[in-house]
Ligand binder design. Structure first.
Ligand SMILES: C[S@@+](CC[C@H](N)C(=O)[O-])C[C@H]1O[C@@H](n2cnc3c(N)ncnc32)[C@H](O)[C@@H]1O
Length: 266
C-alpha cells in the first residue's frame, strides 16, 4: 500500500475550493491583508451567484464565474468608500461593467460607474486564426453596438457614463472636471474622488502605469484598485506596475487571485 504523506493526506481531506484559494492567494511570502475567511466567503458567494454565472455564459468577454477578478469586484464594492466613483478602464463588450454594476445593486451601493474605451482595434495584427480580421470597421461597430445594448438591457436603470476615449484622454478629462457626452447620449460631468478602479485597458507597462497614476491622484483612502492581467505568470508587460505599487507605502495588497488587488491605506 502506498504511504500517505501529511501533504497528500491534507489534500485529500480539504475541499477543492480551499485548495484553489490557498494556491492563488494565501501561501505566498508577500503580505496580503484580507482574511482567508473573508476571501473564501466572497469567493463562494460569487461562484454560487446565479445571475453572474448566467451573465458570464450569455455575454461575450473574458470573465468566467468564479474568476478572481469578480471576487475582487465583490470585495471592493462591499468595502469601498461611499463618496467616490467607480472607474473602469477598458470595457470591451461590457461584461465586467455589467457585473460591477450588478454588484453595486446587490450590495446596496450608490457609487456611479464611469468607464472608457476607444474601441480601436486597428493594430490587432494578423487575422484571428488566419480567418477573421478584427481590425475591420465592421468589428469595431459590432463591439460598440453590442456594448451599448448589453448595458441598456442588463444595467438599464443603473447605466454607467461610458466615454469613447483612451484612458489617457479620459483621465485628463477627469482631472479637468470636463463635461462630456457619453455613448448613451447623456451629459456627464467627470472628476471628483474615486472609490474603486479596475484597470483593464491597454496592457503595456506605460499605459498601466499612467492609468494608475491618473487614478491614484483621486483615489480615496480606503479605495481599491485592481490590475487585470497582472498575475505573476501574465504574458503582459502591465504586470511590472504592480511591483511599484507593492513598494508604495500608501498601498497594501489585499489579494492576488491571481491578479493584484490593492487598497489605499486610510
Ligand atoms: C480585455 S478588454 C476589456 C474587457 C472588459 N473589461 C471585460 O472584462 O469585459 C480590453 C479593452 O481595453 C480597450 N483599450 C485598449 N487600449 C485602451 C486605452 N488606451 N484606454 C482605454 N481602453 C483601452 C480595448 O479596446 C478593449 O476593449
Amino acid at each position: 500500500m502506498r504511504r500517505m504523506t501529511i501533504k497528500s493526506f491534507l489534500k485529500s481531506v480539504t475541499p477543492p475550493i480551499i485548495i484553489d484559494l490557498l494556491k492563488t492567494s494565501v501561501v505566498h511570502p508577500v503580505k496580503e491583508v484580507a482574511s482567508v475567511s473573508t476571501l473564501l466567503k466572497n469567493k463562494e458567494s460569487v461562484q454560487s451567484d446565479e445571475y453572474i454565472r448566467w451573465l458570464c455564459q450569455i455575454t461575450g468577454g473574458f470573465l468566467t464565474a468564479g474568476n478572481g477578478n469578480i471576487v475582487a469586484f465583490d470585495h471592493a464594492v462591499r468595502h469601498m468608500p461611499n463618496d467616490g466613483a467607480i472607474i473602469e478602464i477598458g470595457s470591451f463588450l461590457g461584461l465586467s461593467t455589467n457585473i460591477i454594476i450588478y454588484l453595486t445593486a446587490k450590495h446596496g451601493r450608490k457609487n456611479q460607474v464611469y468607464n472608457c474605451d476607444p474601441w480601436q482595434f486597428e493594430e490587432t495584427g494578423k487575422p484571428v486564426g488566419g480567418y477573421f480580421d478584427a481590425s475591420s470597421v465592421e468589428f469595431r461597430n459590432y463591439v460598440m453596438q453590442v456594448y451599448t445594448m448589453n448595458l441598456q438591457v442588463f444595467s438599464g436603470d443603473r447605466e454607467p457614463h461610458t466615454i469613447e476615449n483612451t484612458s489617457e484622454q479620459f483621465l485628463r478629462q477627469w482631472a479637468a472636471r470636463s463635461t462630456v457626452t457619453d455613448v448613451f447620449g447623456k451629459e456627464a460631468i467627470l472628476g471628483g474622488p474615486i472609490s474603486f478602479a479596475y484597470i483593464d485597458g491597454a496592457h503595456t507597462y506605460e499605459a498601466a502605469k499612467s492609468d494608475f497614476l491618473g487614478i491614484d491622484r483621486h483615489l480615496l483612502p480606503g479605495g481599491f484598485v485592481l490590475f487585470d492581467d497582472s498575475s505573476d505568470d501574465s504574458p503582459f508587460d502591465c504586470k511590472r506596475v504592480v511591483a511599484e505599487v507593492m513598494s508604495n507605502p500608501n498601498y497594501e495588497m489585499i489579494s492576488r487571485m491571481p491578479n493584484y488587488f490593492f487598497r489605499k491605506k486610510s
